[in-house]
Design a protein around this ligand. Sequence first.
Ligand code: HAS
Ligand code: CU
Length: 549
Amino acid sequence: MMNGTWKVDARDGKLAMAHIYVAFVALALGGLAGLLQVLVRSGKFELPAGISYYTILTTHGVLLGLVLTTFFIIGFQFSAISRTAGTLSDRIRFWGWVGFWLMTIGTAITAFYILIGEASVLYTFYAPLQAHAGFYIGLTLVVVGSWISGFATFAHYAKWKKAHPGQVSPLLTFMSVVNMILWLICSLGVAATVLFQFIPWSLGYVDRINVLVSRTLFWYFGHPLVYFWLLPAYMIWYAIIPKIIGGKMFSDSLARMSFILFLIFSIPVGFHHQLVEPGIDPAWKYLQVVLTFMVVIPSLMTAFSMFATFEMYGRSKGATGLFGWLRKLPWGDARFFAPFIGMLFFIPAGAGGLVNASYQLNQVVHNTTWVTGHFHLTLATTVVLTFFGAAYWLIPHLTGRVMTKAMNRLAIIQTIVWSIGMIFMSGAMHFAGLLGAPRRSAFSTYGDAPQALEWIPYQIAQAVGGTILFIGIILVLIIVTNLAFFAPKGETEFPVAEVAEQAERTPLVFENWKLWIGIAVVLILIAYTVPFIDMIQNAPPGSKGFKLW
Ligand code: HAS
Ligand code: CU
């Protein structure tokens, strides 16, 4: 497929880089907060100057879970659509900048209220914890900004379609569109709870909040949010990694189909975060658990597709035997190595997700550090290592530089450091969680309860792992700064893979948006309407706000 340009236009590159700078500043500050947290939870360290553990924890979750991800993803996607569907028009780029500034101003406002200690409500901001209204208003601006970038993406796609009637759109553009549709539909939930519940309540216009409705709207958003993080990583796996290893993509249709399945199944599943929540009929929890297991399928398809890509490539290089192809992969290339390690970690990470989603097992792990361990494998390893791997070619591509051998070596070391740190930290979180160690909680021996004394050694292992991870953050920041400002001038490729099968065979039905969005909406209505009416009709009086920090 000959689509787009070889190089991202310099003006589009600037827009993408603006997002990427904010993402890495968030990584630096959020990572520092993470280090302080593991030290506190080891029991050997206290925060100075009366700073609350929960202030630090909120900073960490918001900066890394919400800011790093959203900014990196939108920056990456803008460069991907510019690369594959052609340079953005001035008007679309203008709206991209509007989106960027709204998100940045919103982030600054939210960060301000967190840092002055007025919003230590963690990144899930569960009611009845009540933050300063500025926290919610800042978040609203971030979401509205991201919507504008979403519409800019759709406009660019529509322009391409108009110029290429009857043709299948470039894969990376198609995938970016799916991810932004997913994001738009799901963020309606968080927008609704923030605008209609949290803001009036935190401003004092109303006294009480319907806690169950707020959590339900949050998780209607919160689960698809994790796929909004994951899909860009899958874009890199499907469409970029095959080119980096010198091979071809296994199947264009399969990749598109898995993205459509994510669009359909990833929203009506939020109850798997509320399995122990009273006030929701178990029948509806059951339905959403079934749908959760449906959304595992596109990940299994992705695993299959990646194995097929690697094996096809290895065999074309003469590999034999069941795993002979493994030896043919370019282990010394950080652009491959970091995302590959991310894939490897996704095997236990995904298995942990299946444990979480299993109704009975969820009773054991819910609200324990097991869950924290789960998302440090999924988000903080699989997704983040893939993003790092992408940054190693994307940043030099956009800044007109090249990665030196020394920096590549440092990036390999970075990946190894990250893996070791994460095995210790996330491993310890999983084990301590099974013993009952609570998440979202500062250090305590709970009056020397025997259980609590049992998990303290794991919390020390957690601190060791977290410290190693912080070294990993320093390394990646050194690499990124080098690639953005100091690396030698030159041209770096934005790799986009070709497909092994004939690309023309991809059916156009994947772009029948009315159909797919229609199915998604129907499933959402089936999964949510009745329980939602229940929650409103049978609501207790609601809760006043609490500031417990
Ligand atoms: Fe999750 C909680 C269930 C995936 C993130 N999850 C969380 C939270 C976060 C999160 C942040 O059902 C905490 C939210 C909070 O603060 O409360 N999760 C799942 C399930 C999946 C899953 C079923 N989660 C993710 C991903 C995330 C993420 C992805 C971020 C990016 N999760 C849950 C549940 C909870 C939860 C419950 C609530 C728990 C509670 O009680 O609070 C699935 O999508 C996972 C499917 C994945 C697989 C793996 C496929 C493997 C692949 C790799 C192939 C490898 C290759 C390399 C090719 C089945 C694709 C091979 C090479 C060799 C040499 C071997
Ligand atoms: Cu989920």
